[in-house]
Design a protein around this ligand. Structure first.
Ligand code: FE2
Length: 172
């Protein structure tokens, strides 16, 4: 039996569901951009990010269904593929991740405001994972800036991404 849900919160979850789908498309476009430039590691990284975003949208869809709501699949915007440099692509990825973080945090606040603890419990681990994603995107921007467009340095990062070892330093 469907529980009732605050209409504003429901609208926010629907928007978030589509925001994750939008992120998936943007990451896929980034994977293509990198593949066209023979950057196998960057391409694989973005392809895997795209898969992750699809999984996030699926999680929101599962949750909406569990609450007796129908996820509404909306038309997506075409990603802006006019990137010139690798740094442009990384910046798009970082801004997108920070938009997703903001969206999740606003949803959590809305859930708390209307006393929907089930939604809050659903969102908390997503936020934790999202903050990690944003941190990793920031790290990649940092590395890319450090490489300063030099092919040898870019190929080092590409290789790290291919091996799945391009994570931020962890001191603890
Ligand atoms: Fe996501």
């Amino acid at each position: 039996m469907a529980e009732s849900m605050d209409p504003g919160l429901l609208e926010g979850l629907q928007e978030h569901f589509n925001l994750e789908r939008q992120a998936q498309t943007t990451y896929f476009a980034a994977a293509i951009w990198m593949a066209e430039r023979e950057l196998k590691g960057f391409s694989a990284h973005f392809k895997s990010e795209a898969t992750g975003e699809l999984q996030h949208s699926a999680k929101v869809a599962d949750y909406l269904i569990a609450r007796g709501q129908s996820p509404i699949v909306q038309a997506l915007e075409a990603p802006d593929q006019s990137w010139v440099t690798i740094l442009d692509v990384m910046s798009t990825a970082f801004l997108m991740e920070s938009d997703v973080t903001t969206s999740l945090q606003q949803l959590l606040m809305a859930a708390e405001r209307c006393g929907d603890s089930r939604t809050a419990v659903f969102l908390e681990p997503m936020i934790e994972e999202q903050i990690k994603a944003e941190h990793e995107a920031a790290h990649l921007i940092g590395r890319t800036k450090f490489a300063d467009g030099q092919a040898a340095a870019i190929l080092v990062i590409d290789n790290e991404l291919r091996k799945g070892v391009a994570h931020p330093a962890q001191l603890s």
